[in-house]
Design a protein around this ligand. Sequence first.
Ligand code: PLP
Length: 358
Amino acid sequence: MSRPARALLDAGALKHNLQQVRLHAKRARVMAIVKANGYGHGFAWVAQTLGESADAFGVSSLEEGMQLREAGVTRPVCLLEGFFTVGELPLLSKHRLEPVIHHDGQLKAILQASPMLKLAVWIKVDTGMHRLGFSPVVVSEVVNQLRSDSTVAGIRLMSHFARAEFPDDEVTRSQINEFTSVSRNLELELSIANSAGILAWPSSHLDWVRPGIMLYGASPLVDKNAERLGLKPVMTLESALIAVHARKKGDAIGYGGDWHCPEDMPVGVTAIGYGDGYPRHAPPGTPVLVNGRRVPTVGRVSMDMITLDLRSQPQAKIGDPVVLWGRGLPVEEVAESAGTLSYELLCHVTERIPRVVV
Ligand SMILES: Cc1ncc(COP(=O)(O)O)c(C=O)c1O
């Protein structure tokens, strides 16, 4: 028998979540964001599973784009950080990958490239995220330069939200206004909505939406959980009990010895830990499911094990199933307990954890 830690991947949930995107943004096309290895789910698997039901895919690099092509993905693929060196341009053209252009160096490189390349590009506009993109004041000039360049086979505009997860937020409203006003009269397709935009800001849907976290079944919104939003978790991270001990009142559990049993109690050990991607900072009390029912963790998270308070399940035994997050236990809840985000938890699940499609 092999180590029981594994990540179950629910293809039906992934497809369902894409349908939810389409229900919210009926007229927009959908660029499914599969960077960071498909938020830890395996980007080729995500892209193959969604297939033609997504209109495009978003990745971080040429290498990822080429791997999608090798995996048989035929839809347009956008490189969200663009290209990093001029030497990438012929490969972008060969594999029909669409770079984001977000600074002058990239613009110059495109303008000097061979007209044979025929690249479709996305121009990134910085409307308030202040990470990547051209200032709105230069956008029409950038568009004009690219329009008159025969290397360029198509132009679209993209921007990105800084805080759309907060309802009725002034910054988000101003980002939408800035983006729509800068693009007025340019007659280009537009995209600004991430998952939070799709769910909470209908006026941001425009021509293309770019869902990431909601495809994977987690809520991006501060005030609504995934279930309420009709989303289903794609990944269920699971393991099993590999030891159960009757401990005495006062026994110190695990590294540092700083968690003590408040009474005689059963303590379970499950085979998963921070070396697998479970957050080391998850404090005692973080929920897990044993036999489908919640129990709290105790002590510190080890590299490959976690200790569990089994007082509510004195009958639990070696081999019983443990769920760390996913079906029955939202990843957002674990993330909140560990002081992080569902995004980070999902994409930190290591390659050591077998992905099993269900
Ligand atoms: C440019 C861009 N678009 C879309 C997304 C998807 O965001 P989310 O996962 O919040 O839907 C991301 C992810 O960070 C991104 O960087």
